[in-house]
Design a protein. Structure first.
Length: 259
């Protein structure tokens, strides 16, 4: 008998919270409002509906980089590798359903971006070489703070050298983090700019000028994942000409696989 995989929800709740730098607003339209709308559309008296009610719905005001989302190459620059950068609706579906790797980096130096050496050390420990077929997730510990003030100040960014190793050398096309961004928190970027110059700002994202990749940001529950032995489905909403799209990513764990 086939045993179904265990599913792990890797997406945060979508809605207003203090952790979002750009506020999210949800206007909730009641069943009564839906009844009035339905009655208007079909030309009837709302009183003919039970309680005057019909559908409930919501009107959301948010950027495509709110909540758990996928960055498209167009988010980083208008071109990638000398060609027009693709938007989220142009990305191939097979990028978003692949075997997953989860790399813990929360114990590293908090003011320093994750370095290639940390990936290489993890590979030696688990006897796996990250490659083109993998979706790579970095557990920085920031996910525990989502929904709180200061969430964007938590976690670690990824170094330019690491992003280049993943994308240029290993052919990884999707990688992600439980932090607000693959770049360091704002105060760390400000600090690094003082010593390394303006080219250090948003530098992990700007690697996307050189090579195409997509990035998952604001993940959660990464602490529940094993290093290997799972698949990730992370299909983004098909926003027309969008620089990104919201995602509800899910990890599919093989029966018997534990963190």
């Amino acid at each position: 008998m086939n045993v179904a995989p265990r599913l792990v929800d890797l997406g945060v709740p979508f809605g207003p919270n203090p952790g979002e730098r750009v506020p999210v607003a949800i206007e909730r339209l009641s069943h009564e409002a839906g009844g009035a709308h339905l009655a208007q559309l079909v030309g009837m008296d709302p009183c003919c509906l039970e309680g005057g009610r019909a559908w409930a719905s919501e009107r959301i005001t948010a950027i495509t980089h709110s909540g758990t989302h996928m960055d498209a190459p167009f988010h980083y620059a208008p071109t990638a590798a000398g060609r027009p950068a693709r938007t989220i609706d142009e990305m191939p579906l097979d990028w978003f359903y692949r075997p997953g790797c989860c790399i813990p980096v929360a114990e590293g130096p908090q003011r320093q971006p994750v370095a290639p050496e940390e990936l290489l050390a993890w590979e030696r420990r688990v006897d796996h070489r990250v490659g083109e077929g993998d979706i790579v997730l970095f557990h920085t510990g920031a996910g525990a703070y989502f929904g709180q003030e200061g969430y964007s100040d938590k976690g670690r960014g990824l170094s330019v050298e690491l992003v280049r190793l993943l994308t240029h050398e290993r052919g990884v096309r999707v990688f992600g983090t439980d932090a607000w961004s693959i770049d360091p928190p704002y105060d760390v970027m400000r600090e690094r700019m003082g010593t390394l110059g303006p080219e250090s700002v948003w530098a992990a994202h700007f690697v996307g000028r050189e090579v195409e990749f997509c990035v998952l940001e604001k993940l959660c529950n990464l602490e529940t994942l094993p290093p290997l032995g799972f698949w990730v489905a992370c299909f983004p909403i098909k926003v027309h000409r969008g620089s990104g799209g919201w995602v509800r990513p899910v990890a599919f764990l093989r029966p018997g696989v534990t963190p």
